[in-house]
Design a protein around this ligand. Structure first.
Ligand code: ADP
Length: 370
């Protein structure tokens, strides 16, 4: 009987519980034993009660729960080989031969490293006398499948990550709240949203809420952005708009790579000198409300369909199968090579960090034209 474990790792995102529920129930439905690893890689390294057998009823009602009920953690030990060796030992002791990981690019990178090292980890455990040859014999290959859980929608190769539409909905809801008071007082609001290297949340929130101006990392602003934004805001005001909403992604920059902060934008909107806009301006940093709350229907659907597909991928894998993650492309749930997507994602982030924005843009464009 195959023993399949599911784990959530890295930053939490709405919809992760739907993934866990789908994996557990599909595994049981297909005649496997299901396990959950609590607290991400930390639980894998600690072993014992952190790895729990899951029954059908254990995940009842999980679709409508936010966050991740099996917990997530950043785990320093897993970055190092000894930590991964302990994790391998714990998996063998629990008889687990397949792992479905729902997390961001960091978690999936760790997963691939773990899979690649697996045979040598077991060899070392045997040579150190921590496990016997017989104990490790059934676990020649580690079968890993990834599902991308992230509010940032920052992984290449998939149209949406589990949680991104919930975060987007939350941001739009918050902007609606802010707009009511902004209109009443004729104020300007600068709203900072999450997304690290990826401007997806800021861009789509701007589109969905009709923001006046949006700053995202992938499209760094030219030197005259102040003038540009000033003109746009002035034009909108002259058309009778009583509120001004500017959305700033946390990674927003100008073309020299200088960070554009909500304070920079506020100072400009509030500038009371002769050429300034002189608007009564407030900053709202949305922070963790963007992660919180329950998953929207899309993320429940995505988590469920991907969880089901992940179990099928595990059961169909052979030792030669490339490690995959479950993506959604043009509304189809598909399996794709894991490391390619992680590497493409890192390339964009590295290009942004190196201020090579043209390269970053062309990488993103290539992704969109895929
Ligand atoms: P995310 O998965 O959301 O990108 P992190 O980058 O913090 O979040 O990764 C979550 C966890 O995955 C880390 O705490 C660590 O245990 C593991 N991890 C991340 N990157 C690696 C890596 N390169 N090698 C091994 N483990 C990693």
């Amino acid at each position: 009987k195959k023993k399949i474990a599911v784990m959530t790792s890295g930053g939490d995102s709405p919809g992760m519980n739907g993934v866990v529920r789908a994996v557990v129930r599909t595994a049981i439905h297909l005649g496997c034993d299901a396990f959950a690893v609590y607290e991400g890689y930390e639980g894998l390294v600690r072993g014992g009660d952190y790895i729990k057998r899951m029954e059908w009823h254990d995940v009842r009602g999980w679709l409508s729960e936010g966050g991740t009920l099996i917990g997530t953690a950043r785990c320093m030990a897993f970055y190092e080989r000894p930590g991964r060796m302990t994790a391998a030992k714990n998996m063998v002791l629990h008889g687990i031969d397949a792992l479905i990981i729902c997390g961001g690019d960091g978690s999936l990178t760790g997963a691939d490293k773990f899979r690649a090292e697996w045979p040598s980890l077991l060899e070392e455990l045997v040579s150190k006398g921590e496990l016997t040859k017989d104990q490790v014999a059934p676990y020649k290959h580690l079968n890993i499948v990834g599902i991308v859980g992230s509010i940032d929608n920052d992984l290449s190769g998939t149209d949406a990550t589990v949680g991104c539409y919930s975060a987007l909905a939350r941001i739009c809801e918050m902007v609606d709240y802010i707009e009511a008071t902004a209109s009443s007082h004729s104020r300007a609001f600068v709203i900072e949203v999450m997304g690290r290297h990826c401007g997806w949340l800021a861009l789509l929130a701007g589109v969905a809420s009709g923001a006046d101006f949006i700053f995202i990392p992938e499209r760094p602003q030219p030197q005259d952005w102040r003038e540009d934004m000033g003109n746009v805001v002035t034009r909108h005001r002259s058309l009778g708009k009583r509120k001004t909403i500017v959305i700033v992604a946390e990674g927003a920059r100008d073309k020299d790579g200088n960070k554009i902060t909500p304070e920079d934008v506020r100072d400009l909107l509030a500038d009371k000198t002769e050429d300034g806009l002189g608007l009564d301006t407030r900053i709202t940093t949305l922070g963790h409300v963007q992660r919180g709350g329950t998953a929207v229907a899309y993320d429940r659907m995505l988590g469920t369909l991907q969880g089901v597909e992940a179990v099928h991928a595990v059961l169909e894998a052979t030792p030669d199968t490339e490690t995959c993650f479950i993506a959604i492309n043009e509304n189809k749930i598909v399996r794709k090579p894991l490391m390619e997507a992680v590497q493409d994602t890192k390339k964009v982030a590295a290009a942004v960090d190196a201020k090579d924005f043209e390269k970053a843009m062309s990488l993103r464009d290539a992704e969109f034209s895929d």
